[in-house]
Write a protein of this length. Structure first.
Length: 579
């Protein structure tokens, strides 16, 4: 354990002179170039002199310190302020003679330093808990967006905090995290039948949103308390496959192949118990769908969510953290409540229209199932499933049927035209999948001609190319091999919707590509959520993707510049320029 291998201690010698000694266990050594100390707080105080009072020794081509590392620090202040609590951050990294290398360590000490006189002063040492395992670089900007929100949680007014997180939820409701839930809820309302009143539509939506909020809150508290994100854990083939099968089953019931409901005998008994049973029924199923949708359909990590999880983990205050998550989830559910509110006004009445609408939403449910399976299936299989989906949908829309007399030909022609378009697109996807294509937007890319006029055509500008890793050891090797270059580490997963946004929008932007040309680009693929991937994620205090970290030319993590959640190209470029 690092606590047994390294035992640092700091004492105030006289006035502004601080002595730090890192005692090393038997067989442990520290790299000379990894030892550093900086003033973390307050501003205006700095290290004017740092000296290591021991000669570094040669060890396997590196300069190292054995036994202990004696450090002497002299502080300076811009003005005389009397006795000031000064926090010193100590960074170091070492290994064992047995071949085990420890992660970069960070330790903080707070000492009462007297800047008003040169005589001796009494020091009260307050050793603070380690703030992380990765070596950090301090920032004058006071921390990342997530850190600022954590500070607000720690010291803000509870009503202001809840209002802030409700705003975060509203912002998240406009992202792809919530979009898949819109057709799910709409399908649930449609399946209730044509006599949907405004009150019942809103009530169904409210039940769905409250269940969704409960799921986010429970998963968030668990992640904060135990460091395990339940949403991430459920992104495995079995959970996703099972939920996709539920959607397919619901879709086939909407197509009229069968009905999903309680046996007639039980329904009769419930009706006898209460005349309102018919109106109140179905809420349990809606709540279950809302709960599961939050856990499986939309696992997004944004600054507000990450801050609440960090706050719960640091303070153990699950009450305030959970309340913040619940209110944020309610903000995310506002569009869903609006859908339910308008159901009674805009839903078509029973009849032929209702049957058509029900079948359309059945098709939407199958589309959601394919979208979910895309997280765990190879891209070419996903593309093939979409091709079959569009071709079958075109048949349902009458693409191959003649126009009938006695029906408004303009409307029938319009629907038939849509069916033909879907059939053509499905055919193109099918051919593209057979040719090795993987892009829904460019399905025939496998047929691109590489030769022009007898000579190879000039290659088009390429997008970003990442080195993919799955563990801390792989990251350390890359950082060590790229001294003198900035490194960007992107945490991503196949099931992460916001990660797809980064890939298809931000990282495809020409200006972003140009701005990152001098960076070493690394991508941590945490799709499988293996032990190594979880350790890598936890090392940097993340609870899941997307998250983007930056390292300076010495391989130090610039913690204050960490990005959590999606950033559009303009915002991402502004962040890069701030580096």
């Amino acid at each position: 354990m690092p606590e047994e291998a390294f035992k640092p201690k700091a004492t105030l010698q006289d006035d502004q002179h601080i002595s730090i000694d890192i005692a090393l266990a038997e067989g442990i050594y520290v790299y000379a170039d990894k030892v550093d100390a900086k003033v973390q707080a307050p501003s205006g105080v700095s290290v004017s002199e740092l000296k290591i009072n021991a000669e570094a020794e040669e060890h396997d081509g590196d300069k190292v310190h054995l036994h202990h590392v004696p450090i002497e620090i002299v502080l300076s202040s811009e003005k005389s302020e009397g006795i000031v609590p000064v926090t010193i951050g100590l960074d170091y990294q070492g290994c064992s003679d047995k071949g085990l290398c420890y992660e970069p360590q960070h330790k903080e000490f707070t000492l009462d330093v007297d800047f008003s006189k040169t005589g001796s002063s009494v020091a009260a040492e307050k050793s603070m808990p380690e703030t992380g395992t990765a070596q950090r670089v301090s920032s004058e900007e006071g921390g990342s967006e997530t850190d600022v929100i954590v500070d607000t949680l720690k010291g803000g007014n509870i009503w202001a905090i809840l209002a802030l997180f409700f705003g975060f939820g509203l912002a998240l409701s406009l992202t792809p995290c919530i979009f898949p839930m819109i057709p799910i809820l709409s399908s649930i309302i449609v399946s209730q039948g044509g006599n949907i009143t405004m009150k019942r539509g809103f009530t169904l939506s409210l039940v769905y949103v409250l269940a969704m909020a409960a799921a986010y809150t429970i998963a968030g508290i668990m992640a904060g308390m135990f460091g395990e994100n339940l949403q991430v854990i459920l992104q495995n083939p079995w959970a996703i496959g099972g939920f996709a099968l539920i959607f397919v089953a619901l879709a086939f019931s909407m197509f009229g192949f069968y009905e999903i409901g309680l046996p007639a005998s039980i329904q009769t008994k419930l009706t006898r118990v209460s005349d309102k049973a018919g109106e109140q029924g179905g809420f349990v199923g809606v709540a279950v769908m809302g709960f599961l949708s939050a856990l499986i359909v939309g696992p997004c990590v944004a600054p507000g969510l990450a801050a609440a999880l960090i706050y719960i983990g640091q303070t153990g205050n699950a009450a305030l953290g959970g309340a913040a998550l619940f209110v944020m989830s309610l903000g995310m559910g506002i569009p869903l409540l609006l859908i339910g509110l308008g159901a009674g006004r805009f839903m078509p009445r029973p009849g032929g229209w209702m049957n058509t609408v029900t079948e359309v939403f059945g098709a939407v449910m199958i589309g959601i199932a394919i979208w979910m399976l895309a997280r765990v299936l190879p891209e070419w299989i996903t593309m093939m499933l979409w091709a079959i989906f569009f071709i079958v949908s075109s048949v349902y829309l009458g693409a191959f049927e003649p126009l009938k007399d006695g029906i408004r030909r303009s409307w029938q022609s319009f629907v038939k035209a849509i069916g033909i378009v879907l059939m053509l697109y499905g055919t193109v996807l099918f051919v593209g999948a057979l040719s090795g294509g993987t892009s829904m937007m460019h399905p025939l890319k496998g047929f691109e001609v590489k030769v022009c006029n007898g000579a190879q055509a000039a290659e088009a500008p390429q997008g970003l190319s990442f080195q993919v890793i799955h563990s801390e050891a792989e990251l350390e090797r890359i950082l060590a091999a790229n001294k003198g270059r900035m490194v960007m580490l992107d945490f991503s997963a196949q099931w992460c919707t916001a990660c797809k946004e980064y890939e298809e929008i931000t990282f495809a932007d020409a200006d972003v590509i140009a701005a990152l040309k001098d960076f070493v680009l690394v991508q941590a693929d945490v799709t499988a959520n293996s032990d190594d991937e979880k350790a890598l994620t936890k090392r940097f205090g993340l609870f899941g993707p997307p998250g983007i970290l930056f390292f300076d030319e010495n391989g130090n993590w610039i913690e204050a510049k960490t990005l959590v959640g999606y950033k559009a190209p303009e915002a991402f470029l502004a962040h890069l320029h701030s580096l």
